[in-house]
Structure formats: structure tokens, C-alpha cells
Design a protein around this ligand. Structure first.
Ligand code: SAM
Ligand code: SF4
Length: 355
């Protein structure tokens, strides 16, 4: 197993030949531990209302420039049928923290999807209350995605202002989700202003310690209508300590995540593909990732789900995106995963890579 000093050395590494070795090792671990299949999860952004005021995200409640929407159950079910038609194994329902999406309404929606399709259902609806998470699990939801964003508590509190009367942190909710029997996904942003190399190394070891089933790590992309996008002094570190929000740093984190958590499902993130439209998706898949989440949100709503500017899917025709993905997988010689593509092995009993 890689130790902390090695991880820190890799995070600082800039030599292309040595980095090529790291990426080749991550790719070999990926092949050995989760195989060649690439799993497709159809993403539907069901509402952009949000009660939270995260300093990094364009959907924060104080951003009054956003036109807010909430999809109807009929509109969502159309997207679900589209996922089935395209042969995806999972539907991901994502939103801001929107209490207009009522507990019972989401539970009914999950039941309807589970009764009518063989899709796995992933929810990513923010920091909802434990009773709600339990009700949705009971209704049949399989997975929940909630990134802890950074393991540095002080930085987290600065960029994710706490709401009053909340008894649970994101990390606490991740434990509750696991106890409820969800497959649990989490992750971080890479290059957040104020994120040090030490903190990023801690994130990587926390992924492992938490035994996460899915781990997403994409670059932080500044949004002009957010405090982190407007104010360069919002959270600062000396330049030699600050993790840069670069494409290369994001690849390093994907590769190190694969090496430290060999059995996890790791997406090639949209934020990475937005930074490098030409090759971002492919390079992440060649450096440890095994999951892609094509966007199925109807065009009218997509543009309003502006977490950060110039998201890849803004300009993409869904059929064109699908065809491009199929071509990419064929070029890589990697098959599309069949079925829900859940945790490849019980992570707790998962094997370590022999590499
Ligand atoms: N509201 C839910 C939540 O926060 O978990 C789900 C939706 S939220 C938009 C999904 C993810 O977007 C967050 O976990 C965060 O990592 C990512 N995100 C938000 N703002 C971002 C930014 N400026 N750059 C990169 N990723 C960002
Ligand atoms: Fe809301 Fe999630 Fe954006 Fe935070 S990251 S403002 S919780 S949508």
C-alpha cells in the first residue's frame, strides 16, 4: 500500500515520464480489480432549488441570477425511459437541497422506477434528514451520492456555511447512509482555494478509511456568481501549499484514488471533461476511472443547472454525446458494463491489488 509520503510526493510530481508510470499503474490496478467494463449512469438534474449557500456552487440560494426549476414526475419518468432505451444500468436523480421535493413524493418516484425498470436508483439530493434517507432506502433506492468536498474541517466550514439546527455533518450522514444499507458515493473537489497538499492527501486516505463504494474527484471550476469565484482572497494559502485546480492534478487524484481504493467505482467526471473537452473523459478512463455519467436532463433545464460555467453538457446534443461515448469506448477497447454495475465486490472484503 502506498504510504502518506509517497502520496504527497506524487501530488507534487511534475515529471511527465514518472507521471506516465503512475497512470499506467492506476490503469493496471483498475483492470485487475474492476475489469474493463465502463458503467453508464444516466444523470437527471431534477431541481436546481437549493437551501444551502455553498461558497463554490452556482446553485447557492443567494445566487438570484439563476432561473429555478423543478421537474415533474412525468418529465423525470421520460428521462428514465430514455436511460432504459440507451441500455444504461443506473439512473441518478440529482438536485440542490430542495424541500419542495417532498419525502413521500421522492419515495413514490423511486418505487415507480424500481417497479417499471431494472435500473439501479442513485439519489444525490444533498443533506436530507436521516428519516428521509431511511424512507427512500425503504422505497428501493440503491445508492446515495454526497461528497464531503474536503476533509479539512476548517476549510469546509468556511466554504459550506452551516445551516441552523442541523445535527449532522456530511461525514456523519455518510456513516448513516452506510448503516441504512445504501451503496455510498462521496468525493472532493480538487484545487479548492485554501486546499493544501496535506489536506488533499488526507482526503485520499479518508476515501479508503470510509470504505466508499463510489469516489468522485473533479477539478474546482470557479463560478463568477459565487464568493469563491469573485474574491481571490476568500481562502488563500501560500502558493507552494495551494493545490492547483488543474487538469493534471485531477488526473493524479483519480489515479491515486484507484491505487488506494482498488475496488471502488470511480467516475470520469463532467468537470474534468469540461476542462478538456477533447480528451478529458478518455484520459480519466485511462488513468483509473471506470464510470461515465451522461446527462439526460432535458435541454430546457440543463442550462439552468449551472454549478460552474461552461459545463460540458450545455452544448451537447444528447444523441451526439451518446454516439461519441460509444465511439470512445470502442477506440479504448472497453465494453459497456451490463446491469446496474454496483460495487464490484464487497469493499470490506475486497482484494488489494497485487500491483
Ligand atoms: N446538492 C447536492 C450536493 O451538494 O451534494 C448535489 C448537487 S451538487 C451541485 C453536486 C456536486 O457539484 C457537489 O458535491 C460539488 O462537489 C460539485 N460542485 C459544486 N460547485 C462546483 C464547482 N464550482 N466546481 C466543481 N464542482 C462543483
Ligand atoms: Fe446546493 Fe449542492 Fe450547490 Fe451546495 S453544492 S449550493 S448543496 S447544489
Amino acid at each position: 500500500m502506498m504510504n502518506r509520503e509517497e502520496v504527497l510526493r506524487w501530488l507534487h510530481e511534475t515529471d511527465p515520464t514518472r507521471l506516465a508510470d503512475l497512470y499506467a499503474r492506476a490503469d493496471a490496478v483498475r483492470r485487475e480489480c474492476v475489469g474493463d467494463e465502463i458503467h453508464l449512469r444516466g444523470l437527471v438534474e431534477i431541481s436546481n432549488y437549493c437551501l444551502q449557500n455553498c461558497a463554490y456552487c452556482g446553485l447557492r440560494r443567494e445566487n438570484i441570477a439563476v432561473e429555478r426549476y423543478r421537474m415533474s414526475d412525468l418529465e423525470i419518468m421520460d428521462c428514465v425511459q430514455e436511460a432504459v432505451r440507451r441500455g444504461y444500468g443506473t439512473i441518478v436523480l440529482q438536485s440542490g437541497e430542495d424541500y419542495g421535493l417532498e419525502t413521500g413524493w421522492i419515495a413514490d418516484l423511486v418505487r415507480k422506477i424500481k417497479a417499471g425498470t431494472s435500473l439501479a436508483v442513485t439519489l444525490s439530493l444533498g443533506e436530507r434528514f436521516p428519516e428521509e434517507l431511511a424512507a427512500w432506502r425503504e422505497a428501493g433506492a440503491d445508492r446515495y451520492l454526497l461528497k464531503f468536498e474536503t476533509s479539512d474541517d476548517e476549510l469546509y466550514e468556511r466554504i459550506h456555511p452551516a445551516l441552523p439546527n442541523r445535527a449532522y455533518s456530511r461525514k456523519g450522514l455518510l456513516r448513516i447512509l452506510k448503516d441504512l444499507g445504501y451503496e455510498v458515493g462521496s468525493g472532493v473537489m480538487v484545487g479548492l482555494p485554501g486546499q493544501s497538499y496535506q489536506a488533499l492527501a488526507n482526503d485520499l486516505f479518508l476515501f479508503r478509511e470510509m470504505g466508499l463504494d463510489m469516489i468522485g474527484a473533479g477539478p474546482f471550476l470557479p463560478h463568477p456568481q459565487t464568493p469563491l469565484g469573485q474574491d481571490a482572497t476568500y481562502a488563500t494559502l501560500p502558493p507552494e501549499e495551494q493545490v492547483p485546480a488543474t487538469e493534471e492534478m485531477a488526473y493524479k487524484v483519480v489515479a491515486l484514488t484507484r491505487i488506494l481504493c482498488p475496488n471502488a467505482n470511480i467516475p470520469s467526471t463532467t468537470s474534468l471533461a469540461s476542462l478538456n473537452r477533447e480528451a478529458g473523459r478518455r484520459l480519466a478512463l485511462q488513468r483509473g476511472a471506470n464510470v461515465v455519467m451522461p446527462n439526460l436532463t432535458p435541454g430546457t433545464y440543463r442550462l439552468c443547472y449551472e454549478i460552474y460555467p461552461e459545463k460540458l453538457c450545455f452544448h451537447e446534443d444528447p444523441d451526439f454525446e451518446h454516439a461519441q461515448l460509444m465511439q470512445l469506448f470502442a477506440d479504448l477497447g472497453r465494453p459497456v458494463g451490463k446491469g446496474p454495475g454496483g460495487r464490484p465486490v464487497d469493499i470490506a472484503k475486497g482484494k488489494e491489488s497485487s500491483l
